[in-house]
Design a protein around this ligand. Sequence first.
Ligand SMILES: Nc1ncnc2c1ncn2[C@@H]1O[C@H](COP(=O)(O)OP(=O)(O)O)[C@@H](O)[C@H]1O
Ligand SMILES: Cc1ncc(COP(=O)(O)O)c(N)n1
Length: 536
Amino acid sequence: MTTTDTPCSRPETGPAITPRRVPRVLSIAGTDPTGGAGQQADLKTITALGGYGMSAITAVVAQNTRGVHSIHVPPLEVLTAQLDAVSDDVTVDAVKIGMLGSVPVIHTVKKWLTANRPPVVVLDPVMIATAGGRLLDDDAESAMRDMLHLADLVTPNLPELAVLLDVEEATSWMQALSQGQQLADTYQVRVLVKGGHLAGDHTPDALVTPGATTPAFQASAPKIHTRNTHGTGCTLSTAVAVLAARTGDWVASVAVARSWLREAIQQADLLDVGGGNGPVHHGHHLADLVDRMVQTQALTQGVGSDAATDAGHDGSFTQSLWDQTVDVRDRIQKGAFVTSLAEGSMPHAVFLDYLAQDLLYLQDYSVALAQLAVRAPEEQWRAFLAEGAAGCARETAQLHTTLVDTRAEVSASRVTSEYTEFLLATTQSRDWAVGVAAVLPCYWLYAWIGEQLAQQAPGVSAAEHPYAAWISAYSDPVFTDAAQRARVLVDHVARGVSPQVQEQMRTAFHRACELEEQFFRDPCDRGGPSREPSGT
Ligand SMILES: Nc1ncnc2c1ncn2[C@@H]1O[C@H](COP(=O)(O)OP(=O)(O)O)[C@@H](O)[C@H]1O
Ligand SMILES: Cc1ncc(COP(=O)(O)O)c(N)n1
């Protein structure tokens, strides 16, 4: 890949691009009721790449993946009214122009563009649909040439490039590049030369700029074996428009658009739309996000929905566990750890000692979660527990940085060792359900302590409180969310086990709560660093 940097100097006539996080992008194009090309592809692309999509329709096209059936061109006043409705009210950061179809439509768009030129204008000179069917009148080719200079970027495929130059279609990449350069020089416009129509097993693309000797960007990758490439041209040009408005950088925009489109082509076969040249998968990169949402939803369903378990006041098993540890929580709430941390009176040595023990604890807690992840019977729980293990490992690394040099020789206190040995043994060799009950208090009590601290020391700021940063870290909603998910997991598991195993879960949860309480009390009782050898 070449990304030589001939910076694409924008033609003098246009304003500079001010990058905008959510660019407002207008597509002026025809439609495709099957959703793969034209307006529909453009709006999907704009949304997929984080822009705000708008559309002014030039032609209503009855088409599908097999071909174009008919084209209805609304009266020109309707097009003008659509364009004016947008520009009278909305600042347009980028416009992508697709199918124009006829000379009068080209003139109408040209007039609007001259009066309202957005900072990014990408023109895809659509002439023929991939699936077959003319989308531009024969007599409109010259009118199309006459509007090229109004664009910042033109994105012809090889047949369109040949028509615009009135030459034979390129049959090699070198020839295509040379034609692209000729178009750029003649019309003083950037050209995205696309090699999708070349024979061979590669698909090269290049961004060429007026007056340059080498492309500003060039890349090539193996052709993907699929017939589902309907709308690739529309999608690519729109993607570049959104990204250019978002970044202000043409080279980066072409590079990102290209690789995003490639993935959309790669995943096109998943869609199963139509019997001809199907569309590309515009939403491909959202699939993981949706999976995560579904997973979270599944994890948060059903709390308290099972009367068969020994339920607490919200009906859930975990609530009943919680209710049975009220004495432990009372000791934590009134204990020196929470009160002195909230007041800011905790001696620094005690706080450092707590952090050092926490580091040792988290190292083993991470292993305990990883053991449960390995043994998890279902994928979603494995992911949740593995994320927890990874989060602890990150937290440990962070604590290492905080404590570096100050606590190099620290060893685990008796309480820390007792707690971690209990967790490691339970998560490794007891029933998996008992293991998840044992790790729950660390999630839940931690989040609960965050609430206690926030209540006892509301709105503390770094200037007035030595532990302000820690107090706000404790109240991070991420912990509350993780605790909620851990609860849902335990409730779910409890529904599927025998009363005997439920009883073992209850015992493990209670034991872990007691150890948590001792863990918080321990540094305050000792009043300073532990020098006890591990396990004593
Ligand atoms: N089978 C394929 N494998 C990988 N990329 C492809 C494939 N077909 C098209 N592309 C890419 O889609 C984009 C548009 O392709 P092209 O076919 O040249 O234009 P149009 O869709 O306008 O006819 C280009 O970036 C091209 O590389
Ligand atoms: C309304 C409209 N505009 C453009 C195309 C080109 O589609 P492709 O990118 O598949 O050539 C199309 N089929 N329909």
